[in-house]
Design a protein around this ligand. Structure first.
Ligand SMILES: Cc1cc2nc3c(=O)[nH]c(=O)nc-3n(C[C@H](O)[C@H](O)[C@H](O)COP(=O)(O)O)c2cc1C
Length: 190
């Protein structure tokens, strides 16, 4: 699949078929993460591949943080079921000390964001689906998986074959709203 097609057709996948992910496909996804650019090439990411059912079940439960979701009227993290049913979950952690932090911008989040997009696009290109899950109880996951005290848990990525193909996703802002020409606020009419 061409890169632009993967970008255009990638959707957050939250429900997965009961079908394992081939080792070669997982290896290709992890390699795509490894190739991502990072601050000073320090590669602050650390990934934990979780396949154990009871660990996935607990990760799924820990993706619902009541204090976050309840005020929004959510009874669950929309990705909760998928974390338990996906054949594997990649837990993306970062060592913030191995990335930049200048002028209030912690670049470990950028590093992981770029790596995450490599993960999700390569999954898409291989016929798989994933979703960036950014809401979870970090401390409980830290304990569950024995994450280093110096690291942060940044995202959970269930990976598997989508239960169904999504033809469209949530709408995007028009270019006219997000792109300016020459100066902030000047319309980009190209
Ligand atoms: C940083 C980040 C955190 C996210 N956290 C969650 C989450 O906790 N649960 C969830 O269901 N989706 C989560 N998402 C997925 C977004 O809701 C989704 O990408 C967005 O609605 C656009 O839909 P699309 O990915 O299908 O294009 C997250 C996405 C990002 C980039």
């Amino acid at each position: 699949m061409d890169l632009f097609e993967a970008i255009a057709t990638r959707r957050s996948v939250r429900r997965f078929a009961d079908k394992p992910v081939e080792d070669e496909k997982l290896a290709a996804i992890l390699e795509a993460v490894r190739q991502a650019p990072s601050w000073a090439n320090l590669q602050c990411w650390r990934l934990i591949v979780v396949k154990d059912s009871s660990l996935k079940q607990t990760l799924s439960e820990l993706s619902y943080v009541e204090s976050f979701f309840s005020p929004l009227g959510y009874k669950s993290n929309p990705a909760r079921k998928g974390i338990a049913e996906a054949p594997l979950v990649i837990v993306a952690c970062a060592e913030p000390g191995q990335s930049g932090n200048i002028w209030g911008q912690p670049y470990y989040l950028t590093d992981i964001g770029i790596a995450a997009q490599n993960l999700m696009l390569s999954a898409r290109a291989l016929g798989l689906g994933s979703v960036f899950v950014g809401v979870f109880d970090e401390e409980k996951i830290r304990t569950l998986l024995g994450v280093s005290p110096t690291a942060r848990v940044v995202g959970l990525f269930p990976v598997g074959y989508p239960l169904e193909e999504k033809s469209s996703g949530p709408p995007r802002r028009p270019l006219g709203e997000i792109v300016f020409f020459e100066r902030w606020g000047q319309p980009y009419n190209r």
